[in-house]
Design a protein around this ligand. Structure first.
Ligand code: B12
Length: 311
């Protein structure tokens, strides 16, 4: 093929790779020096330019690191070798998923997503909800399904638009579940404001937290995702919130998470509790004064008991 016939290769900047894989720019540069991978070319401005193949490999590497593998063991492997390690590694969470949801149920849900059958996906989820109740639906159905959908995307078995279809269906069912929880009777029920920071588009963690908090007798108001920081402050004041609860995945830049939480803490009334939940590792690696980190929903009950005690 001559140069004219060769298609122009799509490349990504280091910032785009960081956002897409959750690997920091520093890590990418260190690996480049230490392991020779990734080894990006340069764009016309001399900035690093990563290929889509690099990004695919980096995504698998990130997933393996999250599952406990060491960089030295995985970064230098070929794509085929990584896929083989990945098959073995993701098998156990998948098995756990199958146990919680039922193997047939899980396969059926993934097939409905792949078949774009949204009405049936919704009705199956609704059926499961009425069978197991809100608490088990959140922990044993939505949690494992999220993981399975995320894994399927990572393996290239689901497209991003199919993740959107899935999210929409789960949102509808979770909202109905939340609406079915009776309002807490007393005026002293904790008031919780839920949202994410700009840059964090994932909203299912918020909805799952809202469902659990409603079951625990809280009055929840959700602003949905990506609320500017100052508006969170205004809303917490206007709604007289006792707790501001935020959700973070590993997609958001860790420095923005830490700086944002510190700034928000400084702007909220001292008596307002600030909760930060989700799978972003930085929440535990770099704790922020006055911010309570949560990696699961199971700690919510104990944390509420602390909130109900005078500070
Ligand atoms: C659906 C989905 C999407 C949808 C989101 C739509 C929406 N409106 O929410 C779309 C398609 C938009 C999307 C986009 C992206 N996504 Co996405 N997505 C998912 C998926 C499948 C589920 C979404 C979710 O909300 N998870 C978040 C919550 C529910 O999970 P969690 O953080 O583990 O939270 C648990 C606890 O921490 C706790 N919790 C969470 N929040 C809170 C809050 C409080 C207060 C408390 C107490 C507890 C709590 O509750 C949960 C249950 O235990 C996940 C897979 C997964 N395993 O979660 C991937 C996932 C989060 N996405 C991922 C990625 C890489 C992306 C993209 C960068 C690329 C892509 N897929 O296109 C973009 C992001 C673009 C951007 N601008 O940043 C990765 C993140 C990897 C990382 N870096 O950590 C994941 C993990 C998939 C994977 N296996 O790689 N995604």
């Amino acid at each position: 093929m001559n140069d004219r016939a060769r298609p122009v290769a799509i490349t990504l900047s280091i910032a785009a790779v960081e956002r897409d894989t959750g690997l920091s720019k520093d890590t990418l540069r260190v690996w480049e020096r230490r392991y020779g991978f990734p080894n990006p070319g340069r764009d016309p401005l001399g900035e690093r330019a990563y290929t889509l193949a690099d990004v695919e490999k980096l995504r698998i590497i990130k997933r393996l690191l999250d599952a406990g593998h060491r960089p030295g063991r995985v970064v230098t492997q070929s794509l085929e070798q990584l896929q083989a390690i990945s098959e073995q590694t993701v098998e156990s969470p998948m098995r756990a998923t199958e146990l919680a949801l039922g193997a047939a149920d899980l396969r059926e849900h993934l097939a409905l997503i792949r078949g774009h059958d949204v009405p049936r996906l919704r009705s199956q989820l609704t059926r499961l909800l009425s069978r197991v109740g809100v608490a088990r639906f959140v922990n044993e159905v939505v949690g494992p399904l999220n993981a399975a959908v995320g894994d399927a995307w990572l393996r290239g078995q689901l497209e991003v638009f199919e993740e959107h279809l899935y999210t929409e269906a789960v949102q509808v069912v979770l909202r109905a579940a939340i609406a079915s929880v009776p309002e807490p009777p007393g005026a002293d029920a904790p008031r919780v404001l839920l949202t994410t920071f700009p840059g964090e588009p994932h909203g299912l963690g918020l909805l799952m937290a809202e469902a659990v908090l409603a079951l625990e007798g809280c009055r929840c108001v959700s602003l949905g995702t990506q609320t500017p920081l100052w508006d969170v402050v205004l809303a917490a004041k206007a709604l007289r919130s006792d707790i501001v609860a935020l959700s973070f995945t590993g997609c958001m830049n860790p420095n923005q998470i830490v700086d944002g939480l510190a700034e928000l803490r400084g702007k909220l009334q001292p008596g307002v509790r600030l909760w930060a939940g989700g799978s972003a590792p930085v929440l535990h690696r770099r704790p922020v004064d006055g911010v309570e980190p949560f990696s699961t929903l199971t700690d919510v009950s104990a944390a509420l008991r602390r909130t109900r005690q005078p500070a």
